[in-house]
Design a protein around this ligand. Structure first.
Ligand SMILES: Nc1nc2c(ncn2[C@@H]2O[C@H](COP(=O)(O)OP(=O)(O)OP(=O)(O)O)[C@@H](O)[C@H]2O)c(=O)[nH]1
Length: 318
């Protein structure tokens, strides 16, 4: 079955030309025997230019060793092989004819490679590749995945501050609690609350209050490690967990946050707003039976800090 033979059967040639599928027949030396209209249209290579020549001479971005290894079972075991876009977006680097706004500049392809027997002794001496354009399907799936990732991100993040929201923070905190029990690690939980926040809202308005909350979130992020976990726990209440930190080490972080807040001013309209925070800390202990109980200890220390005059950080003492 050579190109010359195909030309002698016009209806077959017409059939192959009208297919929206690439058809490539290769011999044992990976020389092209058939190159249909689809392949010509997308590669700008005419059959006369490529037939009788090595495929790799025209497509130097196809890894020769890889394709030969892939095709081995087709020749030796007479079994088909499938290349799917999820594993390798394309075999032939063709441009996609989708609109400019489309997600893909190149055509995604699924490729089926199956054996052809043209010898009298039943040996496979040719293989046929069917190249399917699956760009629409691939772009749709990739968009769906990206959308899912965005939705997952949004479901974890607090819209006002960009920190983790309460639900997701709690989920991560529970996991850290379980890990700490197993490893008996030094981890400290921290609760933080803005002092007299109601007064800020009442004096400057809710928008100003929001700005204060956002500014505090930025300050917190600047004062902690990447491995620390910060979340917005309630309106003006934040929860943190500091892995690899004893109570004393976490207290240094808490003091860093407290002083940074003292040195922060929030501009709103013509006003300059200053505020303070109170912090409560609780180191992990094997005696603490649940994650919730651990967090409550930090909350009790926070309550003590508030009761002792605010603008301070205290460690839970039991
Ligand atoms: N602007 C703004 N205010 C909020 C938000 N969430 C809660 N609040 C307000 O935060 C205030 C919290 O007040 P309180 O719980 O009485 O505490 P506080 O005034 O900070 O007093 P102390 O904690 O005892 O220092 C309430 O007025 C809530 O309406 C929010 O997202 N934005």
């Amino acid at each position: 079955m050579t190109n010359a033979k195909l030309q002698s059967l016009p209806w077959q040639e017409e059939l192959l030309s009208s297919l929206e599928v690439g058809i490539v027949v290769l011999n044992e030396h990976f020389q092209v025997v058939v190159w249909n209209q689809f392949m010509e249209n997308h590669s700008d290579i005419r059959p006369a230019q490529i037939c009788g020549q090595s495929l790799f001479a025209h497509f130097d971005d196809i890894d020769e060793n890889w394709l030969r290894a892939k095709a081995e079972p087709v020749f030796n075991l007479q079994t088909p092989v499938f290349l799917i876009w999820e594993q390798r977006p394309y075999l032939f680097k063709f441009g996609s004819n989708r609109p400019i706004t489309s997600d893909s500049a190149t055509m995604y392809q699924n490729v089926t490679i199956f054996p052809l027997i043209t010898t009298d002794d039943g040996r496979v001496d040719r293989l046929c590749m069917l190249v399917y354009d699956v760009t629409d399907q691939a772009v749709g799936k990739l968009r769906g995945e990206r959308l899912n990732e965005e939705l997952q991100y949004m479901s974890r993040i607090d819209g006002l501050t960009g920190l983790y929201n309460r639900r997701y923070w709690q989920e991560r905190f529970d996991a850290i609690y379980k890990l700490s029990r197993r490893r008996d690690s030094n981890v400290t939980a921290l609760m933080l609350d803005i002092d007299h926040f109601k007064k800020i809202n009442d004096t400057y308005g809710h928008q100003a209050g929001d700005k204060v909350i956002q500014t505090l979130a930025t300050v917190i992020q600047q004062c902690i490690r990447e491995t620390d976990l910060a979340g917005r726990y309630g309106g003006e209440e934040f929860a943190l967990v500091l892995p690899d930190a004893t109570a004393q080490e976490a207290l240094l972080v808490a003091e860093r946050i407290r002083t940074a807040v003292l040195n922060t001013q929030v501009q709103h309209d013509t006003h300059t707003i200053c505020f303070t925070v109170s912090l409560g800390l609780a180191p992990f202990s094997q005696q603490t039976r649940t994650a919730m109980a651990w967090l409550e200890q930090a909350d009790m220390a926070l309550y003590d800090a508030k009761a002792s005059g605010r603008n301070m950080a205290l460690v839970y003492t039991g």
